[in-house]
Ligand binder design. Sequence first.
Ligand code: PRP
Ligand code: URA
Length: 213
Amino acid sequence: MDFSMENVTVFTHPLIQHKISILRDKRTGTNEFRALIEEIAMLMGFEALRDLPLQDVEVETPIETCMTPMIAGKKMAVVPILRAGLGMVNGILALVPSAKVGHIGLYRDEVTHEPHEYYCKLPSPIEQRTIVVTDPMLATGGSAAAAVDFIKQHGGRNIKFMAIIAAPEGLKRLREAHPDIQIYIGHLDRQLNDNAYICPGLGDAGDRIFGTK
Ligand code: PRP
Ligand code: URA
């Protein structure tokens, strides 16, 4: 059973927990790290997308014609927060290959830890879509809250935010800033340290996905 508070799902599935533990290990190299981020995103996405709307369509099987459900309407957009959120995109696209992909570029100031925007390009129109925002790390919550702000400014309404590891501080900030969105967390960690890194966390997700630093 996953543990949930209003609008928040924290996963307890053993496969997700096992894979997150391998991510945390500092000996896990870039190739494996990247593959695990994608796999975890897919496992989380399976649950996060359980409310996608369906409509019955006519299909001819080798036996007879029937009405059978398929995903309805304007479907989905995946919006990674650059850079690290990119690592989760293919996991979601494996589930919904027809989803459009937007990008929001944000980096955290090393001193203030506040986010700065450097890029924003979203699919248009976005109003009717289910929007899945991806970022492996929800630390202070500044980047996630800013990304959801941008999406709302562009008309996005049905927003889900997915992070693999969250700090309680970031989860609180995101929920307070955007009480109307659904939040999915792979594991809720203990706290932030003085540099606003998640403890125990996994270090710098972007650097570990892309092999930088
Ligand atoms: C990391 C991470 C989040 C953000 C989380 O990105 O991927 O986007 O920090 O921190 P916050 O919750 O305190 O805002 P970073 O700014 O390091 O950029 P990168 O993905 O390009 O490495
Ligand atoms: N960003 C990361 O990549 N890791 C953290 O622990 C905090 C922010």
